[in-house]
Structures are given as structure tokens and as C-alpha cells.
Write a protein that binds this ligand. Structure first.
Ligand code: ATP
Ligand code: TZE
Ligand code: MG
Length: 267
């Protein structure tokens, strides 16, 4: 697994997949920049008239419900339906699931189109599975391990790979858990790093569509390690953002493998 994760990073740079994003106003620019830095090619698009073409030409679609409204919800349904119809990978970020009825009903509908990967923080994943999760806005009030049962339920019932982000990122797939212990607590003081994690999953899954579990692990490892290294130069959240973008771009094999903390647990 250690060697294959770095290979995935190199492959992403080489393949430079087109990644379609319907994401929120808060993170749109940062997300596009993070995708470019890691080697992917982003396009943000939500107009009904072009959404199906976008899904068709891209390697993967990322749907993030961060700043919902009625028009965008329709865009999301159209995109997810098209991805399912074409058998293209698509990734769901249920931002703030549990915080409002609108978010809950929207994700419930989106789940019917069978996302390839779901990535959220522990509160969001628990809310999604209706496991009594209380979401405090967009930030988690739970540890990632608390959401493992919910993630397993989702994996078994929908087939989606489920990633719970947090101090430890937990990737749940059939009969396996991958734990990634990279990252730094300062990353919670920059908005949208979870959204970037999801977009990176979209890029990796577009680059290697036959292995969504490994693609997800590679994305989370890359973000966590880049964040951890960036924190060493950062004076606070502002410069962390800048250094993180640089590190997504210039991380070396040596850095990646020195920092990587990955554990695999087979059920
Ligand atoms: N307590 C922590 N310690 C170390 N790293 C962390 C911690 N919390 C988050 N991270 C890092 O930040 C990444 C983003 O995860 P997080 O769970 O904060 O996303 P999120 O809550 O969805 O964020 P947002 O909604 O702002 O996009 C994680 O994958 C991990 O690398
Ligand atoms: C702060 C915020 N509000 C809606 S989306 C978003 C970005 C982090 O999820
Ligand atoms: Mg989030």
C-alpha cells in the first residue's frame, strides 16, 4: 500500500484528469487551485443546460452541498443521474448534513444515484446514516472513529467507499478499513480543507477509476501529509493555506513516504 499510494500521486500528475465540480461558493477558488496544484484539471459548472455534457467529458464529478439553493440542487440531481447512467465515478461531500432539513432531503435524494465515494467529517457521516449525529454547522462535533459503524452501514447498503475525515482519516470499504494519521489540527482553522479532500478524491478516482478505495486513500494521504509539512512553515491559517497549495504541487517521494502514517485493518 505504501508504494502504491505514491504511485497514485505520480499517476495523477501524469493523467491530469478533468474533474467536474459542483461545489460551494466558499471554497470554489481554493478547490480549483488545489486540484491544479496536485496535477488535475478542474472545471466548476452548474448550469442546467451544460451539466450533462460536463459529466460526459470529465473523468469524475464532485458534488458538494455546502451552499445549497433550489437551482443548484437541480444541477446536482442532473449531474448525479448522468454519472450513474454513464457509469462514471462521482463523489459526494454532504457538507453540514444533519444541520437542516434541506440538506438532509437533498443528500437522501443524491444517495439514490449511488455515489462512488462519500467523504465527510464524523458528524456528517453519522447524520447521513441517521445515527443520531448532531452537526454543528459545517464543523464536526465527533471523532472519526465514532462514525465507523455508520460508514460501514453505508458501504454495505450502497456499495460506496466512505471516508470519515478528522484527526485520523478512516476509509471504509468492503471488509477493510484504512486509517491515515496525517494532518495537523491547524487544518481545522482553514475553511474548506474537507471540501478540498473530496475534490482530490474526485481527481484520484478519475485517474484510477478501477480502485476507488486506493484512490481515496491516496487523496487523503496527500492532503494530510502536505498539510503537516505546510504547518511547519506556517505562522497561522493564512500562510498555512498558501504553503499547503505549494506542497500539493511540489511534494517529493521522499517527503511523502517519510511522513505517511497508514494502517490497514481487515475485518
Ligand atoms: N484534529 C486534527 N488533527 C490532524 N489533522 C486534522 C484534524 N482535523 C482535520 N485534520 C485534517 O484536515 C483534513 C480535513 O478534514 P476535516 O474533517 O476537518 O474536514 P471538514 O470538517 O469537512 O472541513 P470543511 O467543512 O471545512 O471543508 C483531514 O483529512 C485531516 O488531514
Ligand atoms: C463555511 C461553509 N459554509 C458552507 S460551505 C462552507 C465551507 C466549508 O465546508
Ligand atoms: Mg466538510
Amino acid at each position: 500500500m505504501r508504494e502504491s499510494l505514491w504511485k497514485s500521486v505520480l499517476q495523477l500528475r501524469q493523467n491530469s484528469p478533468l474533474v467536474h465540480n459542483i461545489t460551494n461558493y466558499v471554497v470554489m477558488n481554493n478547490t480549483a487551485n488545489a486540484l491544479l496544484a496536485a496535477g488535475a484539471s478542474p472545471i466548476m459548472a452548474h448550469a442546467h443546460a451544460e451539466i450533462e455534457e460536463m459529466v460526459s467529458i470529465c473523468g469524475a464529478t464532485v458534488i458538494n452541498i455546502g451552499t445549497l439553493d433550489e437551482y443548484w440542487i437541480e444541477s446536482m440531481y442532473k449531474a448525479a443521474a448522468k454519472a450513474q447512467q454513464l457509469g462514471k465515478p462521482w463523489v459526494l461531500d454532504p457538507v453540514g448534513a444533519g444541520a437542516s432539513n434541506l440538506r438532509n432531503t437533498t443528500v437522501a435524494q443524491l444517495l439514490k444515484y449511488k455515489p462512488t465515494v462519500i467523504r465527510g467529517n464524523a458528524s456528517e457521516i453519522m447524520a447521513l446514516a441517521n445515527a443520531g449525529g448532531q452537526t454543528k454547522g459545517v464543523d464536526s462535533t465527533h471523532q472519526s472513529v465514532e462514525a465507523v459503524a455508520s460508514a460501514k452501514w453505508f458501504n454495505e447498503n450502497t456499495g460506496a467507499v466512505v471516508c470519515i475525515s478528522g484527526a485520523t482519516d478512516v476509509i471504509v470499504s468492503a471488509n477493510q478499513k484504512i486509517l491515515i494519521d496525517n494532518g495537523d489540527v491547524m487544518m481545522t482553522k482553514v475553511t474548506g480543507l474537507g471540501c478540498i479532500a473530496t475534490a482530490l478524491i474526485g481527481a484520484f478516482v478519475a485517474s484510477e477509476p478501477d480502485n476507488a478505495t486506493e484512490a481515496t486513500a491516496a487523496a487523503m494521504a496527500l492532503l494530510g501529509i502536505a498539510g503537516e509539512i505546510a504547518v511547519q512553515k506556517a505562522e497561522g491559517p493564512g500562510s498555512l493555506q498558501m504553503h499547503l497549495l505549494d506542497k500539493l504541487y511540489n511534494i517529493t517521494e521522499d517527503e511523502f513516504n517519510t511522513y505517511l502514517k497508514v494502517t490497514i485493518e481487515n475485518d
